[in-house]
Design a protein around this ligand. Structure first.
Ligand code: SF4
Ligand code: SF4
Length: 403
């Protein structure tokens, strides 16, 4: 079915069923709880056609396994928590389930995702026509770990090329979750081909939300901003992730990226409705809360971002300019993402899981005297790959002990 026909079909199907949708009785209108300290009240924005008025600061929990930190975020007014089965192989969801179990269901919003079988990260496509069944049961298992009978947002992760967003076997499952009320809203999450994915999500007429990698280091800044505008105008709630662009300019973590400047930069775009910030400690949480009180970005903060002479940093733009250059067909953007999780965010478990998505068997880089890959930001791809490849063989239980 062509995308336009598919869109019309989907629109009719969702409209036809909306009146009969089974919405669990426990879903109540969401009213943000006032912050304990009014001077620290978080600004609110409306998450597109979901109509949810949510704090501009949300919490991505994938970089922490500390329930007290999540508790603290909720106490300080954060409402939307974003996790994924992908984080710690479900352990992050289990940790959140413990935090949420004694809280009134309407006092928080929970979003999760689970990676579909047959995700081709290199091509930005979903390939397995039978993926829907496992996808469905994986999401149901996520809900069990979280201890909820509905999700506020269910994400289709790794949406990239337009075809991936319209991939019927998964779209049908997403749609079914929404119709049944097990997911109040559905969305895509996208790291690459971001502009294409956001536009496609809007064009389906089905999705409510798009969560996209969005930060000051965007390569196709204009195209992404136009797509964000397009999506927001079509009613999509827009959530920014990867807002810290790797966290550090250098591998030894001696030059941190200014989180204040980076988050403020994202917040300048009024079409971005909330920032899914991955916070790892209490100081970072407090700093983020405080900066939300004054979003005006100063000239000095812009200089902090080194916009004019942006160096390499640790952030892979996911621009895929390197695609097809490696004779061993390595999935370099995925490996570079793993490198960023390890050195930028110190999340070694997530780094290893990401690395496992790319086939590094046989140590292909050792076979090359000279690397043939020219990266858009000048990464020494060979040395980064050889470095991060060591993580493959580290037993996972070592990695779960966070430094
Ligand atoms: S490794 Fe370089 S060229 Fe490849 S996607 Fe990342 S930034 Fe772009
Ligand atoms: S060094 Fe590694 S990335 Fe570079 S061309 Fe060889 S296998 Fe590919």
């Amino acid at each position: 079915m062509k995308p336009n026909h598919r869109r019309d079909f989907l629109k009719k199907s969702i409209l036809g069923l909306s009146g009969a949708a089974l919405i669990p009785g426990s879903i109540k209108a969401f009213t943000p709880k006032p912050a304990a300290d009014p001077s620290q009240a978080l600004p609110l924005r409306t998450l597109g056609k979901t109509g949810l008025k949510i704090p501009l600061l949300s919490m991505g929990t994938g970089d922490t396994n500390n329930p007290a930190l999540v508790q603290a975020a909720l106490e300080k007014g954060v409402r939307l928590l974003g996790t994924s089965t992908y984080y710690g192989n479900g352990n992050n969801e289990t940790m959140l389930g413990g935090v949420l179990k004694n809280r009134p269901r309407e006092s928080y919003l929970i979003a999760t995702s689970t990676m579909p079988k047959g995700t081709d990260h290199q091509k930005g496509l979903f390939t397995d026509p039978e993926a829907g069944t496992a996808f469905q049961s994986d999401i149901e298992n996520s809900m069990k770990r979280l201890g909820v009978d509905y999700l506020d947002i269910l994400f289709l992760p790794f949406a990239a090329k337009r075809e991936s967003v319209f991939f019927e076997p998964l779209l049908r499952v997403m749609e079914d979750f929404k119709k049944s009320g097990k997911a109040r809203f559905i969305g895509i999450a996208t790291h690459s081909y971001v502009d294409e994915a956001i536009r496609a999500a809007a064009d389906t007429g089905i999705y409510d939300v798009a969560m996209a990698a969005y930060n000051f280091r965007l390569q196709k800044m204009q195209e992404v901003n136009e797509a964000v505008q397009y999506g927001a105008s079509a009613g999509l709630g827009i959530i920014a992730m990867k807002t810290m662009a790797g966290g550090f300019w250098d591998q030894n973590r001696t030059q941190p990226i200014s989180s204040k400047a980076a988050l403020k930069w994202v917040a300048q775009n009024e079409n971005v409705h909330t920032l899914m910030s991955g916070m790892t400690n209490f100081e970072e949480l407090q700093n983020n809360i405080t900066l939300m009180g004054d979003l005006k970005i100063t000239d000095d903060e812009l200089k902090d971002l080194k916009l004019a002479q942006a160096g390499q940093g640790l952030y892979c733009l996911q621009c895929r300019k390197c695609s097809g250059q490696c004779p061993h067909d390595l999935d370099i953007p995925t490996i570079m993402r793993s490198f960023m999780y390890a050195y930028g965010y110190r999340n070694l478990d997530h780094a290893q899981q990401t690395l496992n998505l790319a086939d590094l068997s046989g140590k292909p880089c050792e076979q090359c005297d000279v690397c043939q890959v020219e990266c858009a930001v000048g990464f020494d791809v060979k040395s980064k790959i050889e470095n991060i490849a060591r993580l493959r063989d580290v037993p996972r239980d070592f990695l779960l002990v966070r430094s």
